[in-house]
Design a protein around this ligand. Structure first.
Ligand SMILES: *Cc1c(COP(=O)(O)O)cnc(C)c1O
Length: 411
């Protein structure tokens, strides 16, 4: 018998790691087994360049059906009139939009990276910042979006594109103001709902489709689907939609990942269920609950709270860096990520903060009493950062909670 590829051993070990750790990474989620099944299916064999009934390959009879179902479910879920499910990831979705509506050298206005923006929103280390000029708005003293600054910069630079939507902003964004400003200065408005798509689907966050010319998203964050991207819009601007379609293919991508598109279709159907709404509600409940405990324990939360699945902790008053916190917590099987805080004076690889998200612990249906325990463990470790006894003690507690709340019921 041929020896099994060691990759499978590593996958098993990764499963064990996921099961044995409390995951508080705000951009991650667990996909259910149906999603994983579709994503690991024979659909990976098929080339399907092009779109419904206009393919560059033969044999797309079933592929057409699958892609159409995915599109229709996404339309229903987000109340969209136009959907493209082909972007391989959130970054690809954004690049496709830029490529569709901008010319090299055009100006983008977006949120500053260390105030909560995303690399693909014109950061100079991303292709978006190399092709286009970028101006950045930021948070105000209260660590909320400075809408006056958005207006001021729009008036001054007349950006061809304004981007709203963020990676580490914990508050409800006022899409209406963005729409008003974009209309006033004749800019396109792109809303990138990558992080909050699940909350939007569950109607717990204002649906950006009503306000933006174009919406992009990932499908693997709060939405809890397969790793991938999507582009949506509302209205009847067929010319724009055709431009976006040709920008995705043949503009920046080749063949669509049909196994992932099938998994997206399953995820959209899941997200239409009442069960999903309860799940998303609990994500926010847990996030607010944890933030409140941290505040009580004298930790500084950026903007002093949260409306969503995530929040940032500013560790400056504790005299520890984000990277150190990340490392020490991971020794106790608690996985968070270091994150810049507004105007962080430390480099992105070091940072002064950490980001905490509650999607994964909510998926595991961890009870409040244990969420309190997890939060206490984090506080105790951060308050005694070099004390290995305390790390060890809490690791035991965390592993017990993990065992009680498995992610998957294998075996
Ligand atoms: C995660 C994220 C992306 C990028 O998604 P990938 O799938 O990792 O490429 C884009 N925009 C925002 C706001 C994000 O949070």
């Amino acid at each position: 018998m041929e020896k099994q590829d060691k990759i499978f051993k590593l996958i098993k070990l990764e499963l064990k790691r996921q099961e044995n750790n409390i995951n508080l990474i705000a951009s991650e989620s667990y996909a259910n087994l149906n999603i994983i099944k579709a994503q690991g299916s024979i659909l990976t064999n098929k080339y399907a360049e092009g779109y419904y009934k206009k393919r560059y390959y033969a044999g797309c009879k079933y592929i057409d059906k699958i892609e159409k179902i995915a599109i229709n479910r996404a339309k229903k879920l987000f109340k969209a009139d136009y959907v493209n499910v082909q972007p391989h990831s959130g970054s690809q979705a954004n690049l496709a939009v830029f490529n569709a509506i901008l010319k090299p050298g055009d100006t983008i206005l977006s949120m500053k990276l260390n105030h909560g923006g995303h690399l693909t929103h014109g950061s100079k280390i991303n292709i978006s910042g190399k092709i286009y000029k970028t101006k950045f708005y930021n948070l105000n003293k209260k660590e909320k979006i400075d809408y006056n600054k958005v207006e001021y910069l729009s008036k001054k630079y007349k950006p061809k594109l304004i981007i709203a939507g963020f990676s580490s902003y914990s508050r409800i964004c006022n899409w209406k103001i963005f729409k008003y400003i974009a209309n006033l200065y004749k800019s396109h408005l792109l809303i990138d709902m990558a992080h909050i798509a699940g909350l939007v689907a569950a109607k717990l966050y204002p649906n950006p489709l009503k306000y933006a010319h174009i919406v992009t998203s990932t499908t693997h964050k709060t939405l809890s689907g397969p790793r991938g991207g999507i582009i949506l819009a509302k209205g009847d601007n067929i010319k724009l939609y055709n431009k976006i379609n040709s920008s995705v293919f043949p503009g920046i991508q080749g063949g669509p990942l049909m196994h992932v598109i099938a998994a997206k279709a399953i995820c959209f159907k899941e997200a239409l269920k009442n069960k999903f709404k309860i799940y998303q509600k609990n994500i926010i409940k847990n996030s607010k609950y944890m933030a409140k405990i941290f505040i009580k324990k004298k930790f500084k939360i950026v903007s002093n709270g949260t409306d969503t699945h995530l929040f940032l902790i500013n560790l400056n008053n504790k005299n520890i860096t984000g990277i150190k916190a990340e490392k020490k917590l991971s020794l106790a099987n608690i996985i968070i990520n270091k994150n810049c805080i507004p105007d962080d004076n430390k480099k992105p690889f070091i940072t002064s903060g950490i980001r905490i998200g509650t999607t994964c612990i909510t998926y595991r249906k961890i009870k409040r009493k244990y969420i309190k325990q997890i939060t206490y463990s984090i506080c105790e470790i951060l308050n005694n950062i070099n004390n290995y006894k305390i790390i060890k003690k809490n690791k035991k507690i965390i592993k017990k909670i993990c065992k009680k709340y498995p992610i998957y019921n294998f075996n």
